[in-house]
Design a protein around this ligand. Structure first.
Ligand code: HEM
Length: 396
């Protein structure tokens, strides 16, 4: 049954105004039409937490077909997000060799050094740009350790990471799409060569373990690395901007992260500062699926081959699940947000984001407890990821 269309005064989430602030549209969908079919785009928008969570976990909703619809390309590298169960498990299992808790523990000192490396660079400064001076150098430091890169490779990696990131935005246009695919091919060649050098030198590290896993072809292994950088680099680099945006308007809240974030690995999702930031900002606001057969979702019958956008940014503000959904609450527990997805494709980088991101925010609050925003940052107008641009900080 089709219901009303979005009223004219509420900007569509894909329109220029809606891209900057899609939340009024999401609220309208949740209140009026939680599984909303849009005639002109041919997509179903799923806005409720219950609908998004159940579709993410349901094998009827294919991620592989969803990715193809999202990108309309068939030459993207094979990756676990382009696959469905049962083959998905074959690709995801080895991914844990690089991103699972044991692999992260092997880097404990390394992640601490990544934080100090970035924050030591701010010594003596009064002002900084959240992304250029803190967030991006931090993401580079983390990936440098994860991918066992040496200092001489950092400039090439940084440039490639920026360039491959355009692949995250499905509405970037054909030119950006072409540039993004070329960058992924270059990144894969860069990593292929780098791994050969590590293997020849007998280096023992999580990346070499991943590369040696017999369940993966070389192309699949390189696809996992591309997916991690495409999906993880910008959202990781932006974590500190989101923290500044949500916390600094309330006096004392940012400084409280010194106590709020535990020292050491944080893998428990409930009550975590990083999870609550992810819930409120949801850098990847939606993900695509295609139904394999006719199926019911949230009381609506979807046909086979329906193209479905799971609007997880909307699910994360659903008052049916979250009390005071628009407010930051570092102790929210439980916090069943969907910012890292859910079901079989739950973000494999989530433990890394919680751990490394938590360590960065904690140390930032220890060193600069009085940090505040200068002026007001703008939300970007790309669809994915949702970012804050041009955010300046007074550090002390
Ligand atoms: C910082 C914030 C991040 C956010 C908000 C995020 C979000 C997501 C989401 C929503 C998905 C599921 C997509 C879907 O089901 O269609 C996903 C999957 C994935 N993410 Fe992340 N991600 C982040 C960081 C990272 C990082 C740093 C890495 C790796 C270093 C990473 C690696 C992956 C991988 C490999 C998958 C695919 C899992 C699978 O298909 O089984 N992510 N991420």
């Amino acid at each position: 049954m089709l219901k009303a269309t979005l009223p004219a005064h509420v900007p569509h989430p894909f329109s220029p105004a809606g891209r900057v602030n899609p939340y009024p549209a999401y609220a309208w969908f949740r209140e009026n039409d939680q599984v909303h079919f849009e005639k002109f785009s041919g997509w179903w928008f799923v806005a409720s937490h219950a609908g998004c969570a159940s579709a993410l976990a349901d094998a009827c909703f294919s991620a592989s077909l969803g990715q193809q619809e999202r990108t309309r390309e068939d030459d993207l590298p094979a990756s676990m997000l382009m696959s469905d169960p049962p083959d998905h498990a074959r690709l995801r299992g080895p991914g844990a060799l690089l991103l699972g808790p044991a692999a992260l523990r092997a880097q404990t000192g390394g992640l601490g050094d990544a934080v100090s490396g970035v924050l030591d660079g701010l010594a003596g400064r009064d002002e900084a740009d959240t992304t250029a001076d803190i967030g991006e150098p931090f993401a580079v430091e983390v990936f440098t350790r994860l991918l066992a890169l040496d200092a001489g490779q950092v400039p090439a990696f940084t440039s490639l990471a920026r360039r491959v990131s355009v692949n995250l935005d499905p509405m970037g246009g054909p030119e950006a799409g072409q540039a993004g695919r070329a960058a992924v091919a270059e990144f894969s060649a860069f990593m292929d060569h780098h791994i050969q050098v590590l293997q020849a030198a007998g280096v023992d590290c999580p990346l070499v373990h991943l590369a040696a896993d017999p369940r993966l072809t070389r192309g699949e292994m390189l696809g996992i690395l591309s997916l991690s950088v495409v999906g993880g680099f910008l959202p990781l680099a932006d974590l500190v901007s989101h923290a500044v945006h949500w916390l600094t308007p309330v006096p004392g809240l940012f400084a409280s992260l010194r106590e709020e974030i535990p020292d050491g690995p944080a893998t428990n999702r409930d009550g975590g500062v990083v999870d609550e930031l992810m819930r409120l900002s949801t850098p990847i606001p939606f993900t695509a699926r295609v139904t394999r057969q006719e199926t019911e979702l949230d009381g609506m019958l979807l046909p086979a081959s329906a193209r479905v956008l799971l609007v997880i940014a909307s699910a994360n503000r659903d008052a049916a699940v979250f009390e005071r959904p628009d407010e930051f609450d570092p102790r929210r527990s439980p916090n069943p947000h969907l910012a890292f997805g859910g079901g079989p494709h739950l973000c494999l980088g989530a433990p890394l984001v919680r751990w490394a991101g938590g360590a960065l925010l904690r140390e930032l609050a220890i060193r600069f407890p009085g940090l505040r925003q200068l002026g007001k940052a703008d939300w970007n107008n790309a669809m994915v990821p949702r970012r804050l641009l041009g955010q300046r900080l007074q550090l002390r």
